[in-house]
Design a binder for this molecule. Structure first.
Ligand code: NAD
Length: 363
């Protein structure tokens, strides 16, 4: 019998609870099929926590996450909190939880499923074989640097400061090289070294770390060029590593290669095996409560959790295969359906994936 692993579950706002419920059905099925055992704890976070507890990240939620082996998060945010002061905004909770849990990297796979090639706005032949991972630095850079407003010679000015230390660059570079090693052994380090001092430090550090990974082919790509190449030759990328803001933008661009943000999983990792797993999408307030959200991104985030935190590769393979089989059979939620009248809802998609999970031969 496997050890009992603790998962902290934070459903959040909007479609968060709807998609997390389907992911939990999938976890329950893998417990039954593979004999893995999980214990769940539930916490408030984001907008719902602001309403009920007066803060986006209550202390007991943070303590619960620290005490768990992994965190499963839905999504947070919504228009009702958009005009709140900074400390009462759901996004402040997101930045806070990543920092408090020491999660310094965000891993976002972008895999184009063959049967969904037509859902993308790019030509199928350009997408053929696309299977890449964006590794984004998560706790440094301009999002965390000093911010201020002041009076300047031409009236009011605003300043955002971008800071990176060698240590911050080195640890994310190592993680990216390690991931590249388990894949096609190609790493693209993305920066703006022709203009930014932080990027020059980034590049120098990545080159130094590369000496420990002679088996991984390293290329340096300027961020503007990378934005173009992702649309022109996406299948040539394997692992992309970049700083916080560039990664935020490029990973959303990579998301669009797959046709829908509802398909994309993510992991935020620190040192060791601890991780927070969540779909790339937000709380989608425009479709919340309608039962039409695509739960696949959250379900694939569970597969990532099994791989990166627990090492349960058999169950991760089974989830990924089940998703593929359900899609290959033509089942679609509205966001990825060509004929919107023939789409299925969130629960039906979850149930089909659960039904398709089985032990694979050879595992
Ligand atoms: P969003 O990802 O919530 O939605 C963008 C579009 O994609 C919407 O049209 C939405 O309906 C659609 N969509 C997203 N997920 C989907 C799914 N699973 N199935 C089907 N369609 C889906 O981004 P947004 O509209 O920019 O943000 C909405 C709120 O979410 C904001 O408050 C934002 O701050 C928050 N947000 C939170 C996170 C997070 O929790 N990590 C990430 C991004 C945005």
């Amino acid at each position: 019998m496997a050890d009992v692993k603790k998962i902290a579950v934070i459903a959040g706002d909007g479609i968060g609870p709807e998609v997390v419920a389907e992911a939990q059905k999938v976890i329950a099925k893998t417990e039954e099929v593979f004999g893995y055992r999980f214990e769940f704890e539930y916490g408030l976070f984001g907008g719902i926590a602001i309403d009920q507890r007066g803060t986006p990240l209550p202390e007991d939620t943070l303590a619960m996450c620290k005490n768990a082996d992994a965190v499963l998060l839905g999504a947070v945010g919504g228009p009702q909190w958009d005009n709140n002061p900074k400390e009462l905004r759901p996004e402040t909770g997101l930045l806070g939880i990543r920092k408090a849990l020491g999660l310094f990297s965000n891993i976002r796979p972008a895999v184009v499923f063959d049967c969904l090639k037509d859902a993308s706005t790019l030509k199928p032949e350009v997408l053929e074989g696309t299977d890449l991972i964006v590794v984004r630095e998560l706790t440094g850079g301009i999002y965390f640097g000093e911010k201020l407003r002041r009076e300047g010679p031409n009236g009011q000015e605003a300043v955002d400061t971008c800071v990176y230390s060698v240590m911050e660059v080195e640890r994310i570079a190592r993680q990216a090289f390690e991931i590249a090693r388990t894949r096609r052994k190609k790493l693209a380090s993305v920066d703006k070294a022709n203009v930014l001092e932080t990027s020059r430090l980034w590049r120098e550090t990545v080159i130094r770390v590369a000496e420990d990974y002679p088996d991984v082919e390293l290329e340096h790509v300027l961020v503007d060029n990378c934005a173009m190449q992702l649309l022109r030759r996406p299948s040539s990328f394997d692992v992309i590593v970049t700083e916080n803001m560039f990664g935020d933008i490029l990973s959303d661009e990579a998301a669009m290669l797959t046709g829908s943000i509802g398909m994309l999983s993510s992991a935020s990792l620190g040192e060791g095996s601890y991780g927070l797993y969540e779909p790339v999408h937000g709380s989608a307030p425009d479709i919340a409560g309608q039962g039409i959200a695509n739960p696949v991104a959250t379900i694939l985030s569970v597969a990532l959790m099994y791989r990166l935190t627990f090492g349960y590769h058999d169950a991760a393979d089974a989830i990924e295969l089940a998703v593929k089989e359900v899609l290959d059979a033509g089942h679609r939620t509205k966001d990825i359906a060509v004929d919107k009248n023939k789409s299925i809802g969130t629960e039906a998609m979850g149930d089909l994936i659960v039904a398709a999970i089985r032990k694979l031969q050879g595992n």
